[in-house]
Design a protein around this ligand. Structure first.
Ligand code: UD1
Length: 415
């Protein structure tokens, strides 16, 4: 099993280029199956989740050609509405096949999705949406099966603005008969990127990016070319790395409007942030003020940057509080950070973070973003750290060690 060996203490300097967004790439790859003709996707990150999803649809019969950051998908040879059981369990986003195959085929079947172990990950809202559109839903022995003679648009209120449910309902409704309205929908940029792709394919979608999305179903969609938006979570992770190591880094290929909540927090802490058209520069070597952070659906502070900013908050002058409101079990990194000397107390959904000096240690990654936090902590930990189970990190960061090394970090990957 691979691990990272990191010697802490180096300040990061230079330029790092951010890849396309994983969480936009995944539903967009699934959406290509809705079309009658091939699509060509650009800036697809080379990540385990992406490769797994490509393999799932390849095994369903689609012709998938991955070449660097481009993926060409021809759905004309699809021959089943069912995903490979074992592969589907490996990533949460395999559930997007449900919305797509239901729309295209009137039938879909997959095993309950896997993904990060960050709490109970129900799909009740997805299923509520499919039922409202007229699908029969059955859930037996971990397999979800959907059937509908015809999907008919409806008004669907989501009890929580779930990203996955909003996307899945949008995918299914894009080819349903009549109008679907999703109320209390997620507003995440990745959903908007998918809506833009579906629109160029011929779908009729209004309101993506607001909490009310209106979809007028169409009979057919055409494959198109599309470039994925930059990954705001990868960008945020490198911005925090720059701040943490008291460095000076230009994070290139960022849409700064997507990370306003992080920029505001870094400003509040006293860091210098320069927003430019092609990216953002983060620098600062003075003292850092403590701040409180509450994770929320977009445009609030992203839960996917919670563990990373926690590491930064150990380096302020005072005490900070993080309240996690999106996932119920997202403090798994805390025990490992404590092994590195972090002074953090958990109380329910809140974490109290006090100033502490971190030191290198042997730590184990439990989930994707927890892994990013451990890598960040190791960058400033005194001495050497060994980070195990880095396959979790590789689900979301392409070449993180190469990028950090390029900025001056002492990090290497050991097989
Ligand atoms: C997506 C992101 C993930 C991110 C999360 C929140 C992808 C592939 N993953 O996950 O990185 O952390 O958004 O920004 O895009 N919920 C229900 N019922 C449902 C669905 C969700 O109760 O049917 C709850 C979840 O348990 C969780 C909350 O809603 O507490 C947020 O989940 P959701 O927005 O659906 O996250 P994902 O789309 O799975």
């Amino acid at each position: 099993m691979s691990k990272f060996i990191v010697n802490g203490g180096n300040s990061l300097e230079g330029l790092v280029k951010i890849n396309g967004a994983k969480n936009a790439a995944l539903p967009i790859i699934a959406a290509t199956l809705l079309a009658d003709t091939p699509s060509n996707l650009k800036d697809i990150p080379i990540l385990r989740d992406v490769t797994n999803l490509c393999e799932i649809i390849r095994r369903m019969g689609a012709d998938v050609k991955q070449s660097g950051h481009s993926v060409e998908i021809d759905p004309r040879s699809l021959n089943t509405y069912e995903t490979d059981k074992e592969l589907a369990k490996k990533l949460r986003a395999s559930y997007y096949i449900l919305g797509v195959m239901l729309a295209k085929n009137g039938e879909a079947r997959t095993s309950l999705p896997g993904g990060c172990n960050i709490g109970n990950r129900p799909i009740d809202l997805h299923l509520k949406g499919f039922k409202a559109l007229g699908a029969d839903v059955s859930l037996n022995h971990g397999i979800v099966e959907l059937k509908a003679n015809k999907l008919i648009g409806d008004k669907i209120y989501l009890d929580y603005p779930s990203v996955g449910a909003s996307i899945n309902i949008m995918l299914a409704a894009s080819m349903a008969e009549g109008k679907t309205i999703i109320e209390n929908a997620a507003r995440e940029p990745e959903l908007v990127d998918l809506a833009n792709f579906l629109t160029v394919m011929g779908a009729k979608i209004k309101g993506a990016g607001t909490d009310i999305i209106k979809i007028e179903g169409v009979d057919s969609l055409e494959g198109r070319e599309h470039r994925i938006i930059p990954d705001r979570i990868e960008a945020g992770t490198f911005m925090i790395a720059a701040a943490l190591t008291r460095g000076d880094v230009f994070v290139k290929n960022v849409l700064t409007e997507h990370i306003k909540s992080l920029i505001a927090k870094l400003h509040e802490m006293g860091l210098e942030i320069k927003e430019e058209i092609s990216g953002v520069r983060v620098s600062g070597n003075g003292r850092l003020d403590s701040v409180d952070v509450k994770t929320l659906p977009y445009p609030g502070f992203p839960t996917d940057l919670q563990s990373q900013i926690m590491v930064l908050l150990t380096q302020t002058d005072g005490t900070s509080i993080i309240k996690e409101t999106v996932w119920e079990n997202r403090f798994m990194h805390v025990d490992e950070l404590k092994r590195m000397g972090a002074d953090i107390t958990i109380d329910g959904h809140s974490a109290l973070i006090r100033a502490s000096n971190l030191s290198g240690a042997e730590v184990t990654v439990t989930d994707l973003r927890a892994g990013a936090a451990l890598v960040l902590a190791a960058l400033i930990g005194e001495g050497s750290s060994e980070i195990r189970k880095i396959h979790h990190v590789e689900r979301g960061y392409e070449g993180i060690e190469e990028k950090l090394y390029g900025l001056g970090a002492d990090i290497k990957r050991v097989e």
